[in-house]
Design a protein around this ligand. Sequence first.
Ligand code: NAP
Length: 295
Amino acid sequence: MAEPLFRRLTLLGIGLIGSSIARIAAERGDLAAEVVANARTQATLDRVMELGIADRVELDPVRAVEGADCVILCAPVGAYAVLAEAIAPHLAPGCILSDVGSTKQSVIRDVGPLVPEGVHFVPAHPLAGTEYSGPDAGFVTLFEGRYTLIVPPPGTDEEAIERVAALWRRCGSMVERMEPAHHDRVLAIVSHLPHLLAFTICGTADDLADESRSEVLRFAASGFRDFTRIAASDPVMWRDVFLNHREALREMLARFLEDAQAMARAVRWGDAGYIEDKVERGRKIRRSLIELKQA
Ligand code: NAP
């Protein structure tokens, strides 16, 4: 077994993502010699101890980060600023502070200025998830074959970036670097807009008159069913993603609405060629995803 990358790894938040990292650390033994978990509630920490996926739990984030050489924020992004403010003065010199948040410009804006001299701030985002949350939702293969994007602000220490990349590679991820603004635009289209559409379509179905609503549920064809899976995601996490990602999300939504208008027009005028072309493009994208093993 390789040497552990870190002496003490602290996970601030131990839900789907944090507990998957903890499970991998427990199984492999080469991420960190010790894993400390922190959450908002004692109930979650009790569950973490029952599951046996951390060496130690701490309800107080300050105590959780003491002596850690790597700290990863794994809470909803809206909680980062308060957490970072609390822990910043207690981070050991040379410590790496990373995160897994779904938005990156907001994280760099909120957390970056709080990071003390001598601490390396290396934001990251694993592109892996499910609609489940909490410490029971994690699993060791969550990141396998999935990309993790490392999104360091300019001037970040290269060695620290490499250590975070090594951690994600040991978690099974393929690692790439990306600019923060580019990350947010890409994520708006591949993840955040689809979630926005799923939440909206489920709301529309739910607003239907009682009779039609029960039929939606009884006869849900795969199209609607697939939307409901995405729409089952955690409300706090997604509230925070939307609120911390306004610009890129609004830009992609405006583009989408224009395209949806064009499709509505094609339907109205019976433009079969336009409709067929759009469906064909959808099929092509799906085929490419399958070929890239990302389906
Ligand atoms: P989750 O399963 O809902 O877990 C969230 C964890 O954060 C819980 O342990 C929770 O503690 C803790 N927490 C919540 N509010 C907190 C606060 N104010 N202060 C401290 N801890 C707090 O969430 P998740 O799905 O793992 O997501 C975590 C992060 O990963 C988010 O930033 C999200 O954007 C990012 N992400 C998610 C996905 C996905 O598909 N889910 C994918 C990639 C990245 P309690 O249990 O005690 O409330």
